[in-house]
Design a protein around this ligand. Structure first.
Ligand SMILES: Cc1cc2nc3c(=O)[nH]c(=O)nc-3n(C[C@H](O)[C@H](O)[C@H](O)COP(=O)(O)OP(=O)(O)OC[C@H]3O[C@@H](n4cnc5c(N)ncnc54)[C@H](O)[C@@H]3O)c2cc1C
Length: 477
């Protein structure tokens, strides 16, 4: 994107915004899209790259509320399944993913019924719910005596989804810029009327005013100090291993219990590799540095693989990369990480709202709820119109080759090499050593594309490799 577009953005922000959104993860992107679609004059700022927070580090699942079933919450499950199906109709990149739960003996009848119902809610008559694991995962020989119960959910590349939502918001007149930090809220009496922002690309500071400000900053501390004091966050970190497909060939998803604590861990296909995780541990390092997997988390994942798939000796160095994200969970007094609520929290103050938690899956429903709640304050209709299903966007190219991705990879507001490698093309997550070897071959193409001098390229490469080493490299246990 040219500097002109950036200038236009700041210009747009000086001409009476209805809504300014702080935070360019899936929550912020969803708000921008829905607000713009409903005719609000809206803009979004992101301090780093879009999807820099948990929206590029999640397990990538678009859940249908399976967890509500054991408690008998049929209605909640049906609603969540509908929301998942709505999203699938809107985004061809959200694909169905069959999950298999292995059982040594026959699966309990309650499980079979529940999963059958789950598929029925989505309008599917599931015929292949029961299968032998060895039929589905022939390469993973150690599981040959297991039977499986299966159900359908969905998955999508999370960072790709954020960019797609931002592009759709732009098509409706919403504007977004990355590398712009909100540093301070501006008040008139008790009402929030704007924010001070810093352009991280040139260090310039300016003021943006809007009729309403929404903070969708995930695990980052909120800027509204009075509100932040009343809501204590207890961030939890979840980490994944990205494994080469040939070492752990999962063409469908497999869920199995960790031998130490009985938690479910998942292996699933992602970007031509196998994504395996996740952990769930307290994150005490704060949000000023990028999160990374710890030695203990790595050992936890290794232990689960070794226990269930002893056909080889698993080592952290088997990973192509790792990925750690932080959930902005609220401190509700729960002692174990599993018991802490991951529900959405929306709070309002005059001229300002804050959104925490929630899921990738529910971003549109969350945006609809929040906008509906603030609409009357700024003189807008409170029944928020949803987007119509999209029948024009094609599915992403399933054939992944480095050259193909580099040529056709999305360039949307790429400011740094790490934006492209870690959140647009995902090459940095899926190539060994962060793609260091391939980078030399790609250099002429990318340098020309972004008109970077040799000196700029070297700076960018150094920056990227430092980030990769610190936060994405495999960690030995
Ligand atoms: C390990 C893990 C696995 C998960 N798996 C799933 C899953 O499978 N399915 C699912 O539905 N959900 C999942 N989730 C939850 C989901 O990822 C999050 O709920 C979702 O990504 C939250 O998006 P967000 O936009 O609210 O926050 P984030 O994505 O964290 O975005 C917040 C953004 O705000 C920016 N920001 C912060 N401060 C400022 C500032 N002052 N100025 C400007 N910008 C600022 C940050 O840079 C960041 O980009 C998972 C989460 C984790 C951590």
């Amino acid at each position: 994107m040219s500097d002109l577009a950036r200038e236009q953005f700041f210009d747009h922000c000086q001409h009476g915004l209805d809504l300014l959104i702080i935070g360019g993860g899936i929550s912020g992107a969803g708000l921008l899209w829905l607000a713009s679609l409903n005719g609000w004059r809206a803009a979004l700022i992101e301090q780093s790259d879009f999807a820099y927070g948990s929206s590029s580090r999640s397990s990538k699942l678009i859940h249908g509320g399976l967890r509500y079933l054991p408690q008998g919450h049929w209605r909640l499950t049906r609603e969540a399944v509908r929301e998942r199906e709505n999203l699938r109709a809107l985004f061809p990149a959200i694909e169905s993913l069959r999950f298999h739960l292995p059982f040594r003996r026959q699966a309990p009848i309650s499980h079979s019924l529940g999963l059958w119902l789950y598929d029925v809610f989505a309008g599917r008559k599931s015929r292949d719910t029961f299968k032998m694991i060895a039929e589905i995962f022939p390469e993973i020989s150690s599981v040959e005596n297991l039977s499986s119960l299966s159900y359908l959910d969905a998955a999508s590349d999370d960072a790709g989804l954020v960019i797609e939502v931002l592009k759709r918001a732009e098509a409706c007149g919403g504007l977004a810029q990355n590398y712009v930090t909100a540093t301070e809220l501006l008040f008139q009496h008790d009402k929030v009327i704007g924010v001070n922002v810093r352009d991280e690309l040139n260090g310039e500071c300016t003021e943006i005013r809007a009729r309403h400000i929404v903070e969708a900053t995930g695990a980052w501390q909120g800027l509204h100090h009075a509100l932040s004091e009343t809501l204590r966050l207890k961030p939890l970190r979840g980490s994944h291993w990205v494994l080469p497909f040939h070492l752990f060939p999962c063409s469908q998803a497999l869920a199995f219990k960790h031998p130490d604590d009985g938690r479910y861990v998942y292996a699933m296909p992602w970007q031509g590799c196998t994504l395996f995780g996740t952990t769930d541990v307290g994150h005490t390092a704060g949000m000023t540095t990028e999160p990374h997997i710890s030695v203990n988390e790595s050992a936890y994942l290794q232990c689960a693989l070794q226990h269930h798939f002893p056909y080889r000796d698993w080592r952290p160095s088997d990973c192509l990369s790792t990925m750690a994200g932080v959930r902005p969970t609220v401190d509700d007094g729960a002692i174990s990480a599993d018991d802490i609520s991951r529900e959405l929290v929306i709070r309002h103050q005059p001229g300002y709202s804050q959104l925490k938690g929630g899921k990738l899956t529910t971003f549109l429903a969350s945006a609809e709820k929040l906008l509906g709640e603030v609409a009357t304050e700024i003189g807008k209709k409170h029944n928020i119109q949803r987007p119509a299903p999209d029948r024009t966007t094609k599915k992403p190219d399933a054939q992944r080759s480095v050259g193909r991705i580099a040529v056709s990879g999305c360039d949307y507001q790429v400011r740094h090499l790490d934006d492209f490698l870690l959140r647009r093309s995902r090459l940095g997550n899926t190539l060994r050593n962060g793609g260091l070897r391939e980078l030399e071959a790609l250099r002429p193409l990318l340098q020309q594309r972004w008109q970077w001098s040799d000196q700029r390229w070297q700076q960018e490469q150094l920056r990227y490799l430092q980030i990769w080493q610190r936060s994405y490299a495999p960690v030995a246990s």
